[in-house]
Design a protein around this ligand. Structure first.
Ligand code: TRP
Ligand code: ZN
Ligand code: CA
Length: 446
């Protein structure tokens, strides 16, 4: 093969990991880390574990609910502007994360109420796992524990699903109910408006109403045994004792679902009932005092939250959503390895640009993405192959009567019979004289 004049020597083959921060990628490139943390490909991934839900994020939502109440007469109650502002806040976060959101309107007490429903695209829509929380407060206060806490935990769980690129087997649906405080009005409206077919597609409903009570207990709804077990097992594994919820069966939004025959479950840290000394022994806090002394009153502010309880219950909520929907986690992007060096293509002749792949175990995926950026004055001249580490080649493009310039595209290759790690090459042949160009960059996404 002739060495064409003016051929620029390649810069060293570089790689980056799209899913890792630049700092870690730099450390890997510099050989500072011996063990890599390459995410498994979709094909190889085991059932995914739920992520830890960041308490900071949950608290940030509570601050926003407090700010909304402060700006709207001190509450977020049905029919008041603070309720609508709460809906808009939650909906904005969900829309930005890729959810399909719907506002369901109803009228109660002569005013319009809203349920906010958010569907995560994908999963079996004949097997829906729903999670919900009431978003309205009573009119006497901001309702931060009741029920900013459940609303924020469900929101942050939904956002964690999006961040993880979680692809559950079941279809996930999240709901924020209106007018719960006036008698489960929103959730009842939702359930009553489901056709029997739609209702039968809902495999389960998880309810989160008051999960950051300042003098917290750890209560699990004693309803569907499978759901109950998922929650209880999570707390047991952390060494946190739980009790069955008995402060008011049917007093929250799971009740309409339960009446319609949907399996339900949920978590609760206590309302007006008084903590016993036995409960204070095992959970800490103050015996002889309500779980939430500010229940339905003006002191239910951001100061009325037990952060440990809020953190644990948020994590338990995410764990239940993951466990009960199963599925695998695919990072939004795979690991990316690329060579950004310029390689002049002989006219005519052949050039190869290498990319060295390391840190991946097993074989390449069946949908290996090959991103190609070739600058050329007549792309019909070009034949392009991907060459695997063992030398086997995959034709990406043939020559032909295509007078367009440049090849800037992504090919998908079934490379599942190839070892992922090793040196891959992009081989580019220019089969006709006169028009010429160079490989600007190319990349492999595993
Ligand atoms: N749903 C009630 C409210 O919003 C609070 C409540 C009382 C509760 N007992 C419960 C919630 C039992 C869940 C489970 O005021
Ligand atoms: Zn309430
Ligand atoms: Ca040519």
């Amino acid at each position: 093969m002739p060495t064409p004049a003016g051929r620029r020597l390649p810069r060293r083959s570089s790689f980056r990991r799209a899913v890792l921060g630049a700092g870690l990628a730099g450390a890997l490139a510099a050989g500072l880390l011996t063990a890599t943390t390459a995410p498994a490909t979709a094909e190889a991934a085991p059932a995914a574990a739920a992520p830890d839900i960041p308490l900071t994020n949950v608290k940030a939502h509570l601050s926003q609910f407090q700010t909304i109440a402060n700006a709207n007469g001190g509450n977020r109650a049905h029919g008041r502007p603070g309720y609508r502002a709460s809906v808009d806040y939650v909906r904005g976060k969900l829309d930005a994360a890729g959810y399909t959101t719907t506002l369901q309107q109803f009228t109660y007490n002569g005013t319009t109420g809203y349920n906010l429903i958010a569907d995560w695209p994908g999963g079996d829509t004949g097997a829906v796992l729903m999670s919900g929380a009431h978003l309205d407060s009573v009119s006497s206060g901001a309702g931060i524990n009741d029920n900013g806490s459940g609303s924020a935990a469900v929101l942050e769980t939904a956002l964690a699903v999006a961040r993880a690129g979680y692809q559950p087997d079941k279809h996930l649906r999240f709901a924020w109910w209106g007018a719960e405080e006036l008698g489960l009005v929103g959730s009842r409206h939702y359930v009553n408006n489901l056709s029997s077919t739609e209702r039968s597609k809902i495999d389960g409903y998880l309810n989160f109403d008051m999960i950051g009570s300042p003098n917290a207990g750890y209560f699990v709804y004693d309803d569907d045994p499978a759901i109950e077990k998922v929650f209880k097992d999570w707390f047991a594994a952390k060494g946190i004792p739980t009790e069955i919820e008995t402060e008011g069966d049917g007093r929250s939004d799971h009740a309409p679902f339960k009446s319609a025959g949907v399996p339900v479950g949920g978590l609760f840290t206590g309302a007006g009932r008084v903590k016993t000394s036995a409960q204070a022994q095992k959970w800490g806090g103050t015996a002889g005092q309500s779980f939430d002394r500010c229940y339905h009153s003006s002191c239910d502010t951001t100061a009325n939250i037990n952060e440990t309880a809020l953190d644990r219950n948020s994590d338990a909520a995410a764990h239940a959503v993951w466990t009960l929907s199963s599925g695998t986690t695919t990072p939004p992007d795979g690991d990316v390895f690329e060579n950004t060096g310029d390689y002049q293509i002989p006219d005519p002749g052949t050039v190869e640009s290498p990319v060295s792949v390391s840190g991946l175990s097993g074989n390449a995926p069946g949908d290996l993405e090959v991103g190609v950026d070739i600058k050329h004055t007549y792309r019909g001249d070009l034949v392009i192959d991907l060459v695997a580490p063992d030398g086997s080649s995959y034709r990406l493009k043939n020559s032909g009567w295509d007078s367009g310039d440049d090849v800037i595209t992504t090919y998908t290759v079934n490379a599942s019979s190839e070892t992922a790690s090793g040196t891959w090459k992009l081989r580019v042949q220019d089969v006709y004289r006169t028009d010429s160009g160079y490989i600007d960059s190319w990349r492999l996404t595993f």
